[in-house]
Design a binder for this molecule. Structure first.
Ligand code: PSV
Ligand code: MN
Ligand code: MN
Length: 430
């Protein structure tokens, strides 16, 4: 079995060259934060406990609906994807779990796959079902929907697939099923808007019934695409309605790219938390729609504000508050390993910044309706360069101080290009 890609020596000598400069930066930040009454060591410990899962499908060049431009050495199957995710984890120490997608990651022996991942220092996060594409040899088509289809046989097939995903997930040590359906319509009148949701709820309840006791079913809403007039689980309202109807194990998952433009996502976070239904996130960024760009690349302030709400939520937890964090991106112009390293850093950095908010000052300003002081409490935290905290936490966990720089010295893709098959051309996936 494949073991870790990097030796401890490689990381050690990389860090040895950088640790003095990092210690200086950290000490300066420590002094700055101490003046603000913030204990940097506490922030670093909280950062050290944070982790975010990576999607197996994010390890390849995703492509767009128009084209795919694979890179030499790109992974071609789940084994190679795990290898790349293992390297990301070794370098960054913040992405210890992989979220698989079925049937894309189908293998014959899941116990062996779990062991293979463990040897690379990885576990498995939520399993994702796929009833938004037809697969070769499939009995019924999802062309008119899956869990909400008007055809009972199609619904049964979609239910069975989700239950099979739960079974696979059990073997992989996963504890959540994420369900995103592409079901919807392109024409007014094409389907009854109420009945399609009823059919979805009925089918989803059958999946829910198959969940093991300690599992969650994460419902991922999306406003549009592939359907462009209506989508069955279109927004957090529909998602929450469904999660409430299904039961306590059903929670809502927020993909940052799945909203109408300019929607206040951080407020959705607060609302779902209030209802005890905040189940998880798919982190990415977007300018137009479900762009699947790298987290924090377009709107880092939004990412910070989301984490600010998460920090608030943790201060007033609801039963079962334990959101599942995952990256969900399509890497079309970068090496996916580099994108995921940088995205994970942006995500954990936003969390660190949110921890710096002077909550007492914020609360006092909110109570006295002092908008500018309230905003300044957030802005001060957002403006702070938390890189030394994140880098030191990473180094202490055994990762690289500058993961991207170390990765660039490895010649990883060149080596993998010799070992791996070439990925075919063609359009990508959603
Ligand atoms: C849909 O756009 C989505 O965000 C869902 O999470 C899918 O499972 C994922 O993309 C994969 O393409
Ligand atoms: Mn998603
Ligand atoms: Mn998406």
């Amino acid at each position: 079995a494949n073991g870790p890609a990097l030796t401890l020596d490689q990381i050690g000598s990389h860090n040895a060259e950088r640790i003095d400069a990092l210690a200086e930066d950290y000490a300066a930040l420590d002094r700055q934060l101490a003046r603000r009454g913030v204990d940097i060591a506490q922030v670093k410990s909280a950062v050290a406990t944070f982790s975010v899962a990576v999607p197996s499908w994010g390890a390849g060049r995703g492509g767009t609906r128009f084209a795919k431009f694979p890179i030499p050495g790109e992974p071609t199957n789940i084994h190679e994807k795990l290898e790349d995710c293992g390297l990301i984890q070794q370098l960054g120490q913040v992405t210890p779990r992989v979220s698989p997608h079925f049937p894309w990651d189908k293998v014959s022996d899941y116990a062996a796959l779990r062991e293979e991942a463990a040897n690379l220092g990885l576990g498995f996060d939520a399993v994702n079902s796929n009833t938004f594409q037809d697969q070769p040899g499939q009995a019924h088509s999802y062309r008119s929907g899956s869990l909400s289809s008007t055809d009972a046989d199609v619904r049964a097939q979609a239910i069975d697939h989700n239950i099979e995903c739960i079974e696979i997930g059990r073997q992989l040590g996963s504890r959540a099923l994420t369900v995103w359906v592409g079901d919807g319509t392109n024409f007014p009148g094409q389907q009854h808007l109420g009945r399609s949701l009823d059919r979805y709820l009925d089918a989803a309840a059958q999946v829910y019934a198959a969940l093991p006791g300690d599992w969650r079913m994460l419902l991922e809403h999306k406003l549009f695409e592939p359907a462009f007039y209506s989508t069955v689980i279109s927004d957090w309202g529909s998602s929450m309605m469904a999660a409430q109807e299904l039961g306590p194990k059903a929670m809502c998952l927020i993909d940052l790219g799945h909203h109408a433009p300019n929607v206040n996502i951080e407020q959705i976070v607060a609302r779902l938390h209030k209802a005890g239904k905040l189940g998880g996130f798919h982190f990415n960024d977007s300018k137009y729609g479900d762009d699947d760009l790298d987290a924090g690349a377009i709107n880092p302030h939004q990412l910070f504000l989301i984490f600010n709400e998460l920090v608030e939520a943790a201060l007033e937890p609801r039963t079962g508050f334990d959101p599942a964090y995952m990256i969900d991106q399509s890497h079309n112009v970068t090496d996916p390993i580099e994108s995921m390293l940088c995205s994970a850093e942006a995500i954990v950095g936003s969390f660190a910044k949110a921890l710096l908010v002077d909550r007492e000052a914020l609360r006092a300003a909110q109570e006295s309706n002092d908008a500018i002081i309230a905003f300044r409490a957030l802005r001060r935290a957002y403006d702070t360069d938390v890189a030394p905290i994140v880098a030191l936490a990473r180094a202490e966990a055994g990762g690289a101080i500058d993961p991207l720089a170390l990765y660039r010295t490895l010649g990883w893709r060149e080596r993998k290009a010799q070992e791996r098959n070439t990925v075919g051309l063609g359009a990508g996936i959603v």
